[in-house]
Design a protein around this ligand. Structure first.
Ligand code: ADP
Ligand code: MG
Length: 718
């Protein structure tokens, strides 16, 4: 008898049958403890009562045969062809099975190995045979025969086969039960969950196949409940240990700003703004993720958020991932303020300008990027001068790149930071921000146009609050999307020419080149030359990541002002570029891009009053590639695409960072177990609300530490 938390500490070599080399191999393959072993659940179950005896096997139907290998041989009737033939017997008869070019079967199917073969049986030259059946090895000849009606099939791990695993798990369960259950009985009852020890026993050795599902549900709940407890405690800890700013909304800045916009805010924009404002008004620093499709109007929300801070006498910072985007945000902020008639005659010096010259309150906006950007706007202001003005508090709103908080820029009183497309924002960045702010921790809003399926935002970003703009401004039509083979590319260029004739503009995104910006730039340049010749009557431009930032900015400015008709680009343009007059997006070799990237690219068009079109030049060579292209054509809903992406790629591949929580899930499939996730999260947050340190749930606390201790190491403090 031992708690699960204890079993995390017990080495797998302690299990009977797994001494020496086997435990070593298991450890290398990720099963180091008894708990890991218990979480290695069967891949499938074979129900002996449903099997067909060989003598009565029906022809041409899917069946499962259970038997013992009599013999196996590898024939080579000609070069490049191996035919593996095995003879299988059960109590009723024997039968042949064949595979082509699968020589490993000879080792797998040594005589006396107990196997399950699934597939169709055909009559072949007067006798029965199965062609290329699926094979589950149930036990090899040294392990003895399996017993029981239902045989669990555990995947081989580190070379340790299903028979050994089955027996080792059987031994481990025998030693571990009864297992104390730390989850309160009310929660078990409310969620319809069985006892934990019984769940482990049943998932590995069900008497009926149907019993496995409720057992699995219990174990999935436990995994998610632990993870959500860790996230809830982490969030609680952050709130308790940080001193935020209680923003006061007593100026008229925001109301004037909103009233002056040339459109009404959408219901969704108003809703998220309310959520943000309620965070700003508390003494806890905001730590909120704002999700919204490309074009859903996040920028207005960001500016209103920043102005809320400015209104109360604080500074705001708006940070973008690249200089091009920072510059664009700067232009966006300026034009939004101008839209709202809050602009003071522009142009005095553009790097920094004063709003409300004269009577009203004054907002000073600055753009600070790498060493060159500021000078581009105004020779009179150097980067140093602007930095000085930020430090002295003369500048209220600073737009820049993410480097703004890493570099030696000092703020006088930073109150609100909005960070665009920064998935990597974590504890380290928070510490930096805190240093910038001085007395209190600034409120942080992270914006992303990458739709994150709720299932991921609850696990990966579970310690953040999430706001979603789930509605587009009125009048947008979804971008019409078409896939063409590269052989039909002429059709794409026809569409481009036609749109340009009507006064519109187009993007052409060049093929992705693996990991080499240099090679990618070269191929974009070549494509630019080819298309310039092909569409010689159009003005074709080029932008790629290897260009100097001043050159990139010049190209973007020319495109924005309509001096370029067709912009050939690498994925530099992926995020955030806003040119409302662009209506066509052609993506070459589209099958090589990920779904979220394709979705981002498509979002670059159809942003103005003219409907957008997206043409995917794609010749997919894999089913994954085909699936992605089909998904793009089928829907423009980013959340659906994100879920589809997760389905195609699998949860093991989500993002590069922040994935620990999801990686730890051994049994859960976050897509199909979404309902359990929602329940576990609700229960975990409620528990931490009423018992913040889990003092009244010591066993659960130990368990959270045992499973997530390295991620929430501050928990060890008390
Ligand atoms: P995002 O940053 O979410 O991609 P933007 O903030 O750039 O989107 O907004 C896209 C476009 O929609 C901009 O041209 C903006 O002026 C316009 N817009 C934003 N909100 C509204 C609204 N409520 N009604 C009409 N147009 C809007
Ligand atoms: Mg944006």
């Amino acid at each position: 008898m031992a708690t699960l938390a204890k079993l995390v500490q017990v080495d797998v070599s302690a299990v009977k049958g797994l001494g020496g080399k086997r435990s070593e191999s298991l450890r290398k393959a990720g099963i180091g403890s008894v708990s890991d072993l218990l979480h290695h659940v069967p891949r499938r179950y074979i129900d002996r009562s449903r099997r067909s005896p060989i003598s009565k096997v029906p022809i041409d139907q899917e069946v499962t045969i259970l038997g013992e290998v009599v013999s196996v041989k590898d024939r080579r009737p000609r070069r490049n062809l191996h035919i593996i033939e095995a003879v299988i017997k059960d109590e009723s008869a024997q039968m042949k099975a064949v595979w082509f070019n699968q020589s490993f079967r000879v080792r797998q199917l040594q005589s006396a190995t107990e196997v399950a073969l699934s597939g169709k049986v055909e009559a072949f030259r007067g006798s029965l045979q199965m062609k290329s059946p699926e094979v589950d090895v149930l036990a090899n000849q040294t392990e003895g025969l399996t017993v029981g009606r239902v045989v669990p099939v555990h995947s081989t791990v580190g070379g340790v086969g299903p028979g050994y695993l089955r027996r080792a798990i059987h031994n481990a369960i025998g030693r571990s039960l009864p297992m104390p259950d730390p989850v309160p009985t009310e929660l078990l009852a409310a969620n319809g969950l069985m006892d934990r020890g019984a769940a482990f026993e049943t998932i590995h050795f069900p008497e009926e196949v149907e019993q496995a599902a409720p057992a699995r549900k219990r174990l999935v709940y436990d995994e998610l409940f632990r993870l959500e407890l860790a996230l809830a405690m982490q969030k609680r800890h952050q709130m308790e240990t940080s001193q935020g700013i209680v923003h006061k909304f007593d100026g008229e800045l925001v109301s004037r700003f909103v009233a002056g916009l040339p459109y009404e805010l959408t219901r969704a924009q108003r809703k998220v703004l309310e959520e943000i404002e309620s965070d700003l008004g508390t003494r806890y620093p905001m730590h909120r993720l704002l999700q919204g499709e490309v074009g859903s109007g996040k920028t207005v929300v960001a500016v209103a958020t920043l102005l809320r801070g400015v209104e109360g006498g604080w500074q705001g910072a708006l940070m973008a991932p690249t200089e091009v985007l920072a510059e664009q945000h700067y232009l966006g902020v300026r034009s939004l303020l101008a839209d709202a008639s809050l602009s003071p005659g522009l142009g005095s010096h553009l790097g920094m300008e004063s709003l409300f010259d004269g009577g009203g309150p004054a907002v000073h906006v600055g753009l600070l990027t790498g060493s060159t950007a500021v000078a581009n706007y105004d020779a009179e202001i150097t980067r140093q001068q602007l930095a000085d003005d930020i430090a002295s508090g003369q500048v209220d709103l600073v737009v820049g790149t993410h480097a703004l908080i890493q570099e030696g820029v000092e703020f006088s009183r930073l109150g609100v930071a909005v960070i665009d497309e920064q998935h990597r924002f974590g504890v380290a960045q928070r510490v930096l921000l805190k240093e910038k702010a001085g007395e209190a921790e600034p409120d942080v809003l992270i914006m992303t146009a990458t739709p994150i399926p709720r299932t991921l935002s609850m696990t990966l970003y579970g310690d953040l609050d999430v706001s979603i703009i789930d509605e587009m401004p009125p009048g947008r039509t979804p971008v019409a999307t078409k896939a063409l083979s590269k052989l039909d590319e002429a059709k794409a260029w026809e569409v481009v020419s036609h749109q340009v004739e009507k006064g519109r503009q187009a993007f052409v995104v060049c093929p992705l080149v693996d990991d080499s910006p240099k090679v990618e730039a070269a191929s974009a340049t070549a494509e630019f030359e080819r298309l310039s010749a092909l569409m010689s009557d159009l003005r074709v431009g080029l932008i790629h990541g290897q260009m100097r930032s001043a050159d990139k900015e010049a190209v973007m400015a020319a495109y924005r002002s309509g001096e370029i008709d067709v912009l050939v680009a690498t994925t530099v343009i992926e995020v955030g570029i806003d040119v409302p007059n662009a209506t066509v997006m052609v993506i070459e070799d589209a099958q090589r891009f990920g779904l979220s990237q394709l979705h981002q690219l498509r979002g670059r068009v159809g942003r103005g009053k003219h409907p957008g079109r997206c043409i995917l030049l794609a010749d997919p060579t894999t089913t994954e590639g085909e699936d992605r292209i089909a998904a793009m054509v089928a829907t423009t809903d980013g959340f659906r695409l994100a879920e589809e992406d997760l389905r195609i790629r699998g949860q093991g591949t989500v993002f590069g960072t922040r994935q620990s929580g999801v990686k730890d899930l051994k049994i859960t499939d976050i897509l199909s177990d979404f309902d359990i996730l929602v329940g576990a999260r609700r229960d975990a947050f409620a528990m931490v609300d009423s018992d913040p340190g889990l003092e009244e749930h010591r066993d659960l606390r130990d368990e959270v530490l045992a499973f997530h201790g390295s991620e929430v190491d501050w928990l060890f403090v008390s």
